[in-house]
Design a protein around this ligand. Structure first.
Ligand code: AMP
Length: 189
């Protein structure tokens, strides 16, 4: 069983690399951003609440995200493991994830930290906004999301360093080059 956290700023390639890892290791993909976008599309109470935060480039409150994630874990029947994409984004979420997994007799195998310079992130996100129409991929919201990442999400790195699970991955290069580094990190963890 390999539970993996794929971590990095917005635009670092978490979604792209998740697809590769899922195919290779047959893991369940849990992207909290995707789950929230589906909730918004269906106009559920959670979706309506989340929308206010997402459109500001802010984080959705921990309590909502943690409950949502616990439901995803309850619904998951894949014994190979889960790739967590876009979660945890705060230390409180990282601590809650540990508790939720331990309760199920599981743990995190490795945390992959994709590192990409800010100017490359902005360039990639603007391009993605043009292609996907994602309402939070505009310059103003992108800048806010990068600031939120630096202020609220970067401390999660220290949490996984403390757990001896953190591996830094240079996130610039071709998709295949980055995928090769990720495979090595998963195999050596
Ligand atoms: P993403 O698709 O992962 O870039 O997420 C898009 C937006 O959803 C983020 O900018 C946040 O507003 C919200 N979001 C996604 N995951 C989380 C999380 N783990 N904690 C708080 N907010 C989140």
């Amino acid at each position: 069983m390999k539970n993996i956290v794929i971590f990095g700023p917005p635009g670092s390639g978490k979604g792209t690399q998740s697809e590769f890892i899922i195919n290779k290791y047959k893991l369940q993909h849990i992207s909290t951003g995707d789950v929230l976008r589906a909730e918004m599309k269906n106009e559920t109470p959670l979706g309506q609440e989340a929308k206010k935060h997402i459109e500001q480039g802010a984080l959705v409150p921990d309590s909502l995200i943690i409950d949502m994630l616990e439901k995803c874990l309850d619904d998951n029947s894949n014994d190979n493991g889960v790739i967590f994409d876009g979660f945890p984004r705060t230390v409180a979420q990282a601590e809650a994830l540990k508790v939720m997994l331990n309760k199920r007799g599981q743990d995190i195998h490795v945390m992959l930290n994709l590192q990409v310079p800010d100017e490359v992130l902005v360039e990639r996100l603007i391009k993605r906004g043009e292609e996907s129409g994602r309402s939070d991929d505009n310059l103003e919201t992108i800048q806010k999301r990068i600031n939120v990442y630096n202020e609220q999400t970067v401390p999660v790195i220290g949490f996984y360093e403390g757990e001896n699970k953190h591996v830094a991955i240079e996130g610039v290069g071709t998709i295949e080059e980055i995928a090769a580094k990720i495979t090595a990190a998963i195999e050596n963890a």
